[in-house]
Design a protein around this ligand. Structure first.
Ligand SMILES: *Cc1c(COP(=O)(O)O)cnc(C)c1O
Length: 225
């Protein structure tokens, strides 16, 4: 397989999932997660029609950002971010997907030189090992989040458990969609919450069928090369 073949296959699966989705006119941005590969392979993905790239670690993010400066890329930081690293990276990030504490939100707002688009991470499955807010915690902090000047809550992000069945994925993703709509309808300042970042290599089709607008795909882009 070539990168081009992997890209084409993913994009056609995305189209099929959109067609099977309950939501009409759904826009889905496909993010290539390049954490497993060097900048050369990330460049090949860009040259084959993908414009969103993601990394989960600060150092690797900055390395790729520097190496791919000549390309027009929408940059996503998807991994849990330590507060002491916020300053070095946040102003290069277009979307941050792992807002998982109020303290982190405050640090981002303090260090940001423009409004940063953030997804709040929700631990909807309640797994012990997962980061993110519970639904009740999230509803509780919304008023505070909405006051942070340099943060825009564009939506919610989640990860399904690694071993979730298709039914479990549908349940989790369906509940995320409901929660996203509920928060969006509150019309809070700086919390449009119109987007949903969910779906990885093994479950992006289920996520799209349940209303995902950003999917984060790594393995599938780089397999069988
Ligand atoms: C690595 C990673 C992905 C991509 O995972 P794949 O299974 O390789 O598609 C998506 N989201 C997050 C937060 C990740 O860390």
């Amino acid at each position: 397989m070539t990168i081009k073949e992997n890209v084409d296959k993913i994009l056609s699966n995305v189209d099929a999932a959109k067609a099977a989705s309950s939501y009409s006119n759904q826009s889905v941005s496909v993010i290539a997660v390049t954490k497993y590969v060097k900048a050369e392979l990330a460049r090949e993905v860009l040259e084959n029609g993908i414009s969103h790239l993601a990394e989960n670690r600060t150092e690797l993010f900055l390395e790729k950002y520097e190496a791919l400066k000549d390309y027009k890329v929408t940059w996503h930081l998807i991994g849990n971010l330590q507060r002491r690293k916020v300053k070095s990276v946040i102003n290069f990030v277009d979307y941050f997907h792992a807002l998982d504490s109020m303290k982190l939100a405050q640090e981002i707002s303090k260090r940001a030189e423009h409004q940063i688009k953030c997804f709040v991470e929700v631990n909807i499955s309640g797994e012990e090992s997962k980061h993110g807010f519970s639904v009740n915690e999230l509803l509780g902090i919304l008023p505070e989040l909405s006051k942070l000047e340099n943060i825009e809550i564009v939506g919610l992000m989640t990860m399904a458990p690694f071993d979730a069945t298709e039914d479990e994925c549908n349940d989790i993703f369906g509940r995320m969609k409901k929660l996203q709509v509920e928060i969006s309808e509150m019309n809070l300042p700086q919390i449009p919450c119109t987007e949903l970042s969910m779906g990885m290599s093994r479950d992006y089709e289920a996520a799209i069928k349940n209303g995902a607008s950003f999917v984060r795909i790594g393995t599938e882009f780089f397999k069988n090369l």
